[in-house]
Design a protein around this ligand. Structure first.
Ligand code: ADP
Ligand code: MG
Length: 471
């Protein structure tokens, strides 16, 4: 919070306080001067010492000069003095009944002036000016001074109260302004973060779609030659079997071939060839099958079509993801194979953006592999398993659970894992985007849910639920 002095004009407040203190002070002094001059007047009349009388006359002239000046200062509204003009009430006290203080003061001063002029010999207690002065100082003038001083005091208190009130108001305003500014700053902060997030997501989906496009073109290129091989292998298989059959018949009917043929039979180790050739053929067949599967998976994985929802077989999607990640599951120098244990229930087709759902499985299974990799490094005998279970859930939904036996998550990681850019992995390994994208795809784009159960040392399970139909 900024300093209060930024909001209040402290100088103004201090000046106002000084002015009202000065007014109270001056009018108090008026009262005191009136009393003192009455006392001097009595002493003047009572004194028998000429020198003392002369001194008292001087004192009196001084006192009334002061009184006159103060009086002018107090009532002169357009004066050049620093005092503020008197209020209407004060003015009325000076110029209207019942007090007529202005008149009283001037009369009082005039009477003192007159008394001072009276020669020593004529001074007596019966002097009418003295009578007037004593009466006024003890009664009417004193009462009027008291009234005006207390009025000044009251006004000053009201003014003080107003200043205080204004201060409180200003303070409240400043608090409101501050919290508004804070809210605006938070809003700007939020907007900035959103822009940053959107940008990151865009970059990521851009990357994913260019990977997708690249995959699609590779799939396209490989598809034809693989089809040749795969398509012709079955013919080649039949042909070799036929040829081997023919060979056997020849050997049967011609058990003693000529020397040249005998040499070649020995050279090529015909017996071994005959037993090995079918094996070669079948392993070629298996290899071709495998290539076809991979190509098919890549084909389905490279679907980047986000404009249209399609009926999707989640098992296909999971299987092709696993196939693409196969290399990462295989044994490494520092750890054995990662086992995948699948437990699929029969699922209906799920209406979804297939490319996005592939991405979900890709991110979750990659995270599980990362966790298992790390676990293996810290605990050499750890089990390295990923369980993938699917089931039909209540409310026309399907549920997929992906669990790993990795080292799990701490409470802090669990709390922050969906945050964009949050990663516990080394620079270059983790982007911190995976789970935030998974969340967005499932929850925002597919009305699905995503839950995570994880315990340090025990492993992690992500539980996905998706509605079968989107509408
Ligand atoms: P990244 O994988 O790039 O770090 P993610 O958003 O995919 O970003 O994951 C965020 C963080 O969540 C990871 O850095 C990791 O700490 C934690 N995490 C995600 N999945 C798992 C898991 N299966 N086991 C343990 N920790 C996980
Ligand atoms: Mg990740």
């Amino acid at each position: 919070m900024a300093a209060l002095s930024n909001y209040f004009n402290l100088e103004e407040i201090t000046t106002a306080r000084k002015v009202s203190a000065a007014v109270i002070n001056i009018s108090g002094r008026q009262r005191m001067l009136s009393q003192r001059s009455a006392f001097f007047c009595m002493r003047l009349v009572g004194s028998v010492n000429a020198a003392e009388r002369a001194k008292l006359r001087g004192n009196l002239l001084e006192a009334i000069a002061l009184m006159a000046k103060s009086h002018r200062d107090l009532i002169n509204t357009d004066s050049s003095n620093l005092l503020s003009p008197p209020s209407l009430t004060v003015k009325a006290m000076y110029f209207e009944g019942p007090l007529y203080l202005d008149k009283q003061v001037r009369e009082y001063i005039d009477r003192i002036k007159a008394l001072v002029q009276v020669p020593d010999a004529e001074l007596s207690l019966e002097n009418p000016d003295l009578q007037y002065i004593i009466a006024a100082a003890g009664d009417k003038l004193l009462a009027a001074f008291d009234a005006v001083v207390s009025q000044y005091q009251q006004e000053s208190e009201i003014e003080q109260f107003e200043i205080d009130f204004k201060q409180v108001e200003l303070y409240q305003e400043s608090c409101a302004a501050t919290s508004k500014a804070e809210a605006q700053a938070a809003e700007i902060d939020r907007a900035l973060r959103e822009i940053k997030e959107t940008q990151a997501q865009l970059m990521h989906s851009e990357k994913m779609s260019s990977i997708g496009a690249l995959m699609a073109s590779i799939v396209h290129e490989i598809n034809n030659p693989v089809s040749f091989i795969h398509g012709n292998l079955s013919h080649a298989n039949i042909y070799t079997q036929d040829l081997l059959h023919l060979l056997r018949l020849y050997q049967e009917y011609n058990p003693n071939p000529c020397a040249e043929i005998k040499d070649i039979i020995e050279e090529i180790d015909l017996d071994f060839l005959v037993t090995d050739l079918p094996k070669v053929m079948s392993s070629m067949q298996m290899g071709a099958e495998r290539i076809r599967e991979i190509v098919k998976s890549m084909g389905s994985f490279s679907r980047t079509d986000n404009s249209k929802m399609t009926q999707c077989d989640l098992h296909d999607s999971i299987d092709s993801t696993i196939l693409i990640l196969q290399n990462r599951l295989n044994a490494k120098t520092d750890r054995p194979d990662i086992q995948i244990i699948k437990n699929y229930e029969k699922l209906p087709g799920v209406e979804c953006y297939a490319g996005q759902i592939n991405q979900v499985f890709m991110n979750l299974i990659s995270n599980a592999i990362d966790a298992l990799d790390e676990t293996a490094q810290n605990r050499p005998n750890a089990q390295l398993k990923i369980y993938i279970r699917t089931e039909v859930a209540e409310g026309d939904r399907v549920r997929v659970r992906i669990a790993d036996t990795g080292w799990g998550m701490t409470a802090e990681v669990k709390e922050r894992m969906f945050e964009q850019f949050f990663t516990t992995k080394a620079i270059g390994k983790g982007t911190g985007l995976g789970l935030s994208i998974v969340y967005k795809i499932l929850v925002e784009n597919h009305r699905g849910t995503l839950r995570c159960e994880s315990e340090p040392g025990k492993g992690t399970e992500f539980i996905i639920e998706l509605p079968v139909q989107q509408t």
